[in-house]
Design a protein around this ligand. Structure first.
Ligand code: 13P
Length: 255
């Protein structure tokens, strides 16, 4: 297992927070603190903030991501944004299948698969989210569930596209609850997800995919989580809205 084979990606998922003006200000705070990052740094902001984020990250190495995209390129889909639209303005990343979208907006494994395909076709890098609820963990089906979510999301994804896939393991019970998975729990599931990737694409390709942990990751617990062999990066909610905390997590990837 060699972490050097894959880039560490620390991505902030700002969720439904910040106006364009606040976006510019927060990125201006984050940029100098993450200047010499040993990892890829991404901020995934609300659609209306993308322009401000792209402007504020100009001249820095911070990448900009969206938090969702539709699976059609254009058409009669009121209120939706397509992957080619995101690509056209300079967005590089998109989060797909976040558990909040699955829980509140009817996202299913199938729509996750379609959105992932559309995002790859548009040239974006996709952060595919998988993870179990507390009930599913207690039932002992975490491994099968994460394998199934990963396999469906990746249906039709070719091995030469894996460089633009990041998997985020986000246990639903750890999101926004302050209850982080232990480093051992995160490592165990990230390892299972890598085994699933190996089953689909072979071990060498699987070893090249960056896997994130997400769920109450913060400046205090990031070092231990990111020291695990299969935990390459993080998808950060609350702590990504505080420049110093986010920068501290970025520093924790320094290995
Ligand atoms: P928190 O870091 O706020 O728990 O959110 C995690 C998350 O959902 C990132 O996508």
């Amino acid at each position: 297992m060699n972490k050097a084979l894959r880039p560490a990606v620390i991505a902030g998922n700002w969720k439904m927070n910040k106006t364009p003006e606040e976006t510019g200000a927060l990125i201006k705070e984050i940029a100098p603190l993450t200047e010499n990052a040993a990892c890829e740094v991404v901020v995934c902001v609300p659609f209306v903030d993308l322009h401000a984020a792209l402007t504020a990250t100009g001249g820095t190495s911070i990448k900009v991501g969206a938090q969702n995209c539709h699976f059609e390129a254009s058409g009669a889909f009121t209120g939706e944004i397509s992957a080619p639209m995101l690509k056209s303005i300079g967005v590089e990343y998109v989060i797909i299948g976040h558990s909040e979208r699955r829980a509140y907006f009817g996202e299913t494994d199938i729509t996750v698969q379609k959105r992932t395909r559309a995002a790859l076709d548009a040239g974006l890098t996709v952060i595919v989210c998988v993870g179990e609820t507390l009930e599913q963990r207690e039932q002992g089906i975490t491994r099968e569930l994460c394998a199934l979510q990963s396999k469906i999301a990746l249906q039709g994804v070719k091995s030469d596209e894996l460089g633009r896939i990041v998997i985020a393991y986000e246990p639903v019970w750890a999101i926004g609850t302050g209850r982080t998975a232990t480093a051992d729990q995160a490592e165990e599931v990230c390892g299972w997800i890598r085994d699933t990737l190996a089953e689909l694409y072979g071990r060498e390709s699987a070893d090249g995919v960056s896997i994130q942990y997400g769920g109450s990751m913060n400046a205090a617990n990031a070092y231990e989580l990111l020291s695990k062999p299969n935990v390459d990066g993080g998808l950060i909610g609350g702590a990504s809205l505080k420049a110093k905390d986010f920068a501290e997590i970025v520093k924790a990837t320094n290995r």
